[in-house]
Design a protein around this ligand. Structure first.
Ligand SMILES: Cc1ncc(COP(=O)(O)O)c(C=O)c1O
Length: 393
């Protein structure tokens, strides 16, 4: 059995073909060791380490600088959050909706974030609209065109994913944002998967809000992400937890940062370990993260090809829309996949020792989504292809 020599850097179970980096990421040992050092420092002198008026803020500002460089924006426009769900919630719960307003999401959106839209909008008398984007899909233009069709005079906010969860598609966010801004619609980008998978240049993207996880494709410890807010909206955006920062200016260089820097006692060590994670990924090969992204993309495309051949189905999306995730459609009427108590995902894990997610896109279609990360090898997708042939053909 071929094992990727880079897998030694991760603590993944060697008996499992782990093809689901996308859900929660996986953190290399060296990053966990760095986090352990941060925890030890914290517990050695808790007040000195954790109190914002003592030494926490410069440590957070250093990470802010690193992230600002990675995603090309002014670090002062970046707040830390525990995860992308929290970032989306902060924006939505702060948004000045009026009765009759519309928020547009897509049918490829992440359920938790669409729930947040529904909650925040409906309590203000606003409504959530869903733009239907096809899958299978032939080109990125179809995404922008579909979204444009759903924008109305009442649309105030658009939530789009940079990389979609069930379908693993890279959306043309720059084009979509231009279309929305022409109609005075603000845009929040859910970039949960983007950093570490595709280039993220916030100056070019020009979103009003952009949130992302560090714990997915940047391989940081879990519960670490950021929320970018364009300067003109920062006075409006409040964290979901209101704490001391609301009236303690010294907690940050702006009220925006002061509030997000302290949301009550929390563990900052996942955030503080992000620079180590980025450094690790950059050292995996001579081309750094850029080369890693290209390698992951090649591997996921090769893996997808194996699955498409085994199941004799057409490519559901052009390679131009693929990053390090790829989904293949599975018809819901395939009873072997969905009828019994044991669903396809569970069977693949129990019977074949393969971890790979299956998502419901709609009543007719489920998507099986593969991930490719530095520790994977093509043989793992070949084993999945054989398993799927057994289960579905
Ligand atoms: C597009 C998208 N948004 C948001 C999330 C939520 O991430 P978290 O649970 O870390 O907030 C995910 C997780 O997979 C996702 O795929």
């Amino acid at each position: 059995m071929t094992v990727n020599p880079l897998r030694k850097h991760w603590r993944l179970n060697p008996d499992i073909d782990f093809l689901n980096h996308g859900s929660f990421g996986a953190t290399p040992s060296i990053v966990l060791e760095k986090q352990r050092q941060w925890i030890d420092q914290l517990e050695y002198d808790p007040i000195e380490f954790l109190a914002p008026e003592r030494t926490l803020l410069p440590k957070l500002d250093h990470v802010r600088q690193v992230i600002g460089e990675l995603v090309s924006c002014n670090p002062a426009d970046i707040a830390f959050v525990r995860n992308a769900t929290e970032g989306v919630n902060a924006v939505l719960r702060s948004f000045p909706f009026a009765p009759g307003d519309e928020v547009l999401v897509t049918n490829h959106g992440y359920n938790a974030c669409n729930n947040a839209v529904h909650f925040a909008a409906s309590r203000c008398g606003a409504t959530m609209q869903v733009a239907e984007i096809p899958f299978p899909i032939q080109s990125a233009d179809q995404v922008a065109q579909a979204i444009e069709r759903y924008l109305t005079d009442k649309t105030r906010l658009l939530l789009i994913d940079h990389v979609t969860s069930p379908t693993g598609l890279v959306f043309p966010v720059n084009d979509i944002i231009k279309i929305a801004h022409r109609r005075n619609v603000r845009v929040i980008v859910d970039g949960a998967h983007a950093p570490g998978m595709v280039p993220v240049d916030l100056r070019q993207i020009n979103a009003d809000y952009y949130t992302a996880n560090h714990h997915k494709w940047l391989c940081a410890p879990k519960t670490s992400g950021f929320l970018y807010v364009a300067p003109q909206w920062q006075p409006e955006v409040r964290p979901t937890t209101i704490s001391h920062g609301a009236n303690t200016e010294s907690y940050g260089k702006s009220r925006f940062l002061a509030e997000f820097n302290w949301i009550g006692t929390y563990d900052p060590t996942p955030i503080l370990s992000v620079p180590t994670a980025i450094d690790f990924l950059n050292r995996l090969g001579p081309g750094g993260i850029t080369e890693l992204c290209l390698a992951n993309r090649s591997l996921v495309l090769a893996g997808r090809e194996k699955l498409l051949n085994a199941l004799e189905i057409e490519s559901p999306a052009p390679p131009a829309m693929i990053g390090s995730l790829a989904s293949i459609p599975i018809a819901t009427q395939d009873r072997r996949a969905f009828s019994d108590a044991t669903t396809l995902q569970r069977r693949l894990y129990d019977e074949y020792r393969i971890e790979v997610p299956v998502f419901k896109l709609n009543d007719q279609l489920h998507c099986l989504r593969i991930s490719a990360q530095a520790y994977n090898v093509i043989e793992q997708y070949e084993r999945l292809a054989i398993a799927l042939r057994n289960e579905l053909k």
